[in-house]
Design a protein around this ligand. Structure first.
Ligand SMILES: NC(=O)c1ccc[n+]([C@@H]2O[C@H](COP(=O)([O-])OP(=O)(O)OC[C@H]3O[C@@H](n4cnc5c(N)ncnc54)[C@H](O)[C@@H]3O)[C@@H](O)[C@H]2O)c1
Length: 261
């Protein structure tokens, strides 16, 4: 770490010795965050509900000289979450950073959303964020340092571009949870923040809308393209670093100017 007065500048090695759990890291933004933090020196615990996807990300990180462990688990299951966090603490000593990236989106209209689908979408996006955050707190408190970065969305502040009301409600819930937890744990050296991406070029978007819709949404944005997972990863890395030590309870927009508030 290099300092300039009180200011900490990011360098390769910034995350040296930091143990990072990234949920939903088998693809998309979770994977981009895992690769970036690994390149900055972190040990990455790659969680995904799909074992093969988690293994692929971990294999790739190891193939370029990083340290990663794949751990399958459903963020919506308290048993799975406990297993992942217990394993991490036992294997690596503690958890310094948690990135809650796992999410699911359904484009269903309210009148067609069944109870099961509501519980599924709200469960993965919101309850998963709660379960993982709760599970890492004892380790972070013991270290006296921690970073939790939650994935909300433009949907959390406005309405979802391509998802349904359950998605919008869950992402708004993530913002409330972020603020509340930030207040609870500020005295323990733990910051809790959220990122609110606009439309980012991942499988979540590509499997929901077609090329024509993507082109027309892109044209409507001031920066007339979709965002890249690596652009969001840069923001997450900043929030997860020492440089963001006075930012907590915040939600940072990254949407090419789609939403300006
Ligand atoms: N792509 C966008 O435009 C966009 C915009 C705003 C917010 N987001 C949010 O960003 C996050 C990442 O999105 P993405 O676009 O990279 O999505 P993605 O669909 O490409 O990847 C999500 C990953 O999460 C995993 N996952 C799903 N359910 C899980 C569960 N129950 N437990 C563990 N893993 C699970 C999937 O297997 C997948 O690998 C999500 O929370 C999403 O809601 C996405």
């Amino acid at each position: 770490m290099i300092t300039f007065g009180d200011v900490v500048l990011m360098t390769r090695g910034d995350f040296e010795d930091k143990v990072v759990i990234v949920t939903g890291a088998g693809q998309g933004m979770g994977r981009a965050v895992s690769e970036l933090l690994s390149s900055l020196g972190a040990v990455i615990v790659v969680n995904d509900i799909r074992n093969v996807a988690a293994e692929n990300t971990a294999d790739y990180i190891r193939s370029i000289g990083g340290q990663a462990e794949a751990l399958q688990g459903d963020v919506n299951s308290a048993t799975d979450v406990k297993r992942v966090v217990d394993f991490t603490v036992k294997r690596f000593g503690s958890v310094h950073v948690l990135v809650n990236s796992a999410g699911v989106l359904k484009p269903t209209a309210v009148e067609s959303i069944g109870e099961e689908e509501w519980d599924f979408v709200v469960g993965v996006n919101l309850k998963g964020t709660f379960l993982f955050s709760k599970a890492v707190l004892p380790s972070m408190k013991e270290s006296g340092w921690g970073r939790i970065v939650n994935f909300s969305s433009t949907a959390g502040k406005n309405v979802s571009t391509i998802g349904g009301a359950h998605y919008t409600a869950a992402k708004a819930g993530v913002l409330g949870f972020t603020r509340h937890l930030a207040k609870e744990v500020a005295g323990d050296g733990i910051t809790v923040n959220a990122v609110c991406p606009g439309l980012i070029d991942t499988e979540m978007v590509r499997s929901t809308i077609d090329e024509e819709d993507i082109a027309s949404y892109s044209d409507s944005f001031p920066v007339s393209r979709l965002g890249k997972p690596t652009e969001v990863a840069n923001l997450v890395a900043f929030l997860a670093s020492d440089r963001a030590s006075y930012i907590t309870g915040a939600s940072l927009d990254i949407n090419g100017g789609d939403l300006m508030i």
